[in-house]
Design a protein around this ligand. Structure first.
Ligand SMILES: Nc1ncnc2c1ncn2[C@@H]1O[C@H](COP(=O)(O)OP(=O)(O)OP(=O)(O)O)[C@@H](O)[C@H]1O
Ligand SMILES: [Mg+2]
Length: 255
């Protein structure tokens, strides 16, 4: 299979300190869905931010390379990253509020995405809202008038309109109830089915990962320690992977 994303020996951190991401390497194939899991603080969001060109000074790439869709993005300028974000790589964040402009109506923001994608605005927006089970009148609202689950669905609708090559979802269901979580994960799979996007699904919850992906990357203290089928994490050589599998089993069988 053709690798859409190639990450090789990527280290990220502050100059003159121990790296926060330490020589991580992995590929994601076209249309492949991969989970990324690990304990809090292990480097999942930093990985996502790096793959979207969102590192803020003084954090920087210390070594290694990122290739997306045949293009090297390792030393890309802010302008190149701005052009790549949205259509090449699209991120759904842990807190969706930060990704939506607070003072502009949802409809305006979705229409802008349609213009960027060169699509018929009305049709694209209405199809995308339908696919994520949002009512058309949501377009008249401002982000602060939406619940957390609705904001995540607006972002998934935006991904449906933009049709990115790589969709990164960083804990998109954190803080949401289980029914809303179910809807968001369904919408995410719909978006991947409809656009053919590859997905990097980040979570600390193996139950949620299982809904999206089978192949699972495990991080521990800034390193990638496992790349395996989710069913094999329990017998992994990596203690961090086994610990996650054990914790997930314990949560499923609380008594
Ligand atoms: N801007 C920054 N400056 C310095 N250190 C940072 C910065 N952003 C993240 N870090 C550090 O990088 C490490 C990884 O953070 P990251 O946010 O990627 O964790 P995470 O795996 O996403 O955790 P969580 O599951 O809690 O979201 C942490 O030690 C964190 O303190
Ligand atoms: Mg995080």
């Amino acid at each position: 299979m053709v690798a859409l994303l190639q990450v090789q020996n990527l280290s990220v951190g502050l100059p003159f300190s121990a790296p926060l991401l330490d020589a991580i390497s992995f590929d994601i194939a076209e249309s492949e869905r991969v989970g990324l899991v690990g304990a809090s603080g292990c480097g999942k969001s930093l990985t996502a931010g790096t793959l979207c060109g969102l590192l803020r000074t003084p954090l920087r790439v210390l070594a290694g390379s990122i290739r997306l869709d045949g293009t090297s993005l390792t030393d890309a300028s802010p302008a190149t990253w701005r052009a790549a974000r949205g259509r090449s790589v699209f991120q759904i964040f842990q807190s969706p509020g930060t990704a939506l402009t607070p003072v502009r109506r949802v409809g305006t923001q979705l229409a802008e995405a349609a213009q960027i994608a060169g699509r018929d605005t009305k049709a694209a927006v209405s199809q995308a809202l339908d696919a994520v089970a949002l009512q058309p009148d949501v377009t008249g609202l401002f982000p602060y008038q939406l619940s957390g689950g609705m904001k995540q669905r607006v972002l998934i609708a935006m991904a449906l309109i933009l049709r990115p090559r790589l969709l990164i979802a960083d804990e998109p269901t954190t803080g949401l109830d289980v029914l809303t979580e179910h809807d968001i994960l369904t919408a995410l799979n719909t978006a991947a089915d409809e656009t053919g996007a590859s997905v990097l699904f980040i979570s600390h919850d193996l139950r949620a990962v299982r809904r999206i992906a089978t192949r699972t990357l495990v991080m521990h203290a800034g390193r990638l320690v496992e790349d395996a089928d989710i069913a094999d994490l329990a017998i992994s050589k990596a203690p961090a992977a086994r610990a996650l599998a054990t914790a997930a089993t314990a949560l499923q069988n609380p008594c």
